[in-house]
Design a protein around this ligand. Sequence first.
Ligand code: 5GP
Length: 144
Amino acid sequence: MTLHAPYDPANIFGKILRGEMPSVKVFEDEVALAFMDVFPQGEGHTLVIPKFLGARNFLDLPEAEVGGYMLRVQKVARAVEAGLKPDGLRVFQFNGSAAGQTVFHLHFHILPMWDGVKPGAHAGGGMKSAAELEPLAARIRAGL
Ligand code: 5GP
């Protein structure tokens, strides 16, 4: 059902894009915004959203927007790797609530992984403060 519902600009990432809600940003240009996940599944969990308004999920994104957006996803993934030096990285996204999506503005997750460290539950961890996330964001920004 939620796979094809209309885009609702009142979603939390829409509010972050409009500056109505705070976020700990790591990257921003005319195409995309990247910020720290406040319920991280692990240290350095970062989200990359397109500034294009209207795409709830990856299937919705107009083809003309895909290339530019994916370049930013890769750029931020490289910065996470350079800044935090994980052993591995997960880059993933969900489409529709049946797939686990909880915020309906397209986003890719970038989750750094370390050997022997299991990721936390999706959208189920404790909320981190800006003060806790800022030092990680600073290291990722330094990796851009
Ligand atoms: P989804 O479940 O839609 O793939 O992912 C949504 C992600 O957004 C989750 O990982 C969740 O922790 C994160 N999230 C939910 N609300 C907020 C918020 O207000 N700010 C930030 N920065 N992340 C959020």
